[in-house]
Design a protein around this ligand. Structure first.
Ligand code: ADP
Ligand code: MG
Length: 361
């Protein structure tokens, strides 16, 4: 089946500044792809390029196989949801949702049906006659989604749709969008966010963006469990990243590496070249031990700070060989104590060797 969205080497420049740099991505029918990156990395620009609000300096956009590069937004057959809801304040909920189909010349009886259907999909059927100002933020965002669905688009674009909502509502709406995604098997969804939890929860695939460039793209699980780069390891899961030297293969998919004076083992392809690389370890995959005996994958240091976070402790450890590492541990036993010596231990499969080069962000 033809992908709903195909960006091919899309480049966008503002006043000679390249903010999207040869970005290529496809979103299949029924697929939700999250574009994840820090603020200013070009996520909104990528979405606006798909929508047609910003011209490409080079590259192409195809929607359902049709080249739409240079075509105005209203001819592109897509639904758009932005962070600020952008509902028309002087129109009722129903009028807001009817706006798209109406301006596309859909027959009156069909419009009423579409409004009912779209509002029902987001659980807002009983709010049709309300004014937007009579709704909470979460309800307004549901209406904005219904408005986007009412044109029956093949392509749905969402730009940080939940970032204006409080944490509890955000997680409720994340589940809601997940349900919608499954209910729309013919629609290609591009979901822009800087929130790794939203991306991991919702996305079939994640495209990681930094400084206008695609860093990595893959399934949420692959990128999380086997991050291909230091940038993805730290942005998607807040991994600690330490400089290491690869010495050689220890066994299948486990490498022997050197960190300072310590010889360690960590996950990585057996054919990895010896030489400079980095070791990524997630905070909750490190254990703090007070037993200082020898063993494998043990890094001695001193606890420099401890934060209690309700369900966990977040402990910062200054390694003897230099560098700081953050450890997240369940707040069950007694709290680690700042100033005390500690040994950090990790399983070889919980450390991942990633390439040395850092992506500028
Ligand atoms: P994100 O959505 O990831 O936060 P944006 O796509 O909004 O990032 O912006 C990417 C970069 O492009 C930023 O450096 C931003 O300042 C710049 N930018 C965005 N829109 C414009 C514009 N209309 N004119 C000039 N620069 C812009
Ligand atoms: Mg943005």
């Amino acid at each position: 089946m033809t992908p709903g969205i195909e960006l091919d080497q899309a480049t966008v420049t503002y006043q000679r500044n390249t903010v999207l740099d040869g970005f290529s991505l496809t979103v299949d029918a029924g697929e939700l792809v999250a574009v994840l990156g820090p603020s200013g990395s070009g996520k909104t620009t990528a979405l606006r390029a798909v929508a047609g609000f910003v011209p490409l300096a080079s590259g192409t956009v195809r929607l359902s196989g049709r080249d739409v590069t240079g075509m105005p937004p209203h001819r592109r057959d897509l639904g758009l949801v932005v962070q600020s809801y952008a509902l028309f304040p002087h129109m009722s909920v129903a009028e807001n949702v009817a706006f798209g189909p109406k301006s596309r010349g859909v027959r009156k009886v069909d419009i009423a049906e579409r409004v009912r259907e779209s509002l029902a999909m987001v659980g807002m059927a009983s709010f049709a006659d309300r004014a937007p100002r009579q709704l909470s933020g979460g309800q307004q965002q549901r209406v904005a989604i219904a408005r986007a669905l009412a044109v029956k688009p093949k392509v749905l674009l969402l730009d940080e749709p939940l970032s204006a909502l409080d944490a509890a509502l955000r997680s409720e709406m994340t589940a809601e969008i997940d349900r919608l995604h499954r209910a729309l098997p013919a629609v290609s969804i591009l979901y822009v966010t800087h929130d790794q939890t939203e991306a991991l929860t919702l996305a079939d695939r994640i495209a990681v963006l930094a400084a206008g460039k695609l860093v990595d793209v893959g399934t949420a699980q692959d990128l999380y469990l086997r991050p291909p780069s230091a940038f993805t390891a730290s942005f998607l899961g807040a991994a600690n990243v330490l400089p290491v030297q690869v010495l050689g293969a220890e066994r299948t998919n486990v490498l022997r590496i050197q960190l300072g004076e310590h010889i360690l083992t960590a996950a990585g392809p057996a054919d990895h070249r010896p030489g400079a690389a980095q070791l990524a370890i997630r905070p909750h995959r490190l254990r703090i031990e007070t037993d200082h005996s020898d063993g494998t994958n043990r890094l001695p240091g001193r606890i420099s700070a401890v934060q209690w976070r309700g369900s966990s402790f977040r402990t910062t450890v200054a390694l003897d060989g230099g560098g700081e590492v953050v450890v997240e541990s369940p707040a069950t036993g007694s709290a680690p104590t700042a100033g005390e010596r500690a040994v950090l231990v990790f399983d070889p499969t919980d450390g991942v060797v990633v390439p040395a080069e850092l992506v500028a962000s």
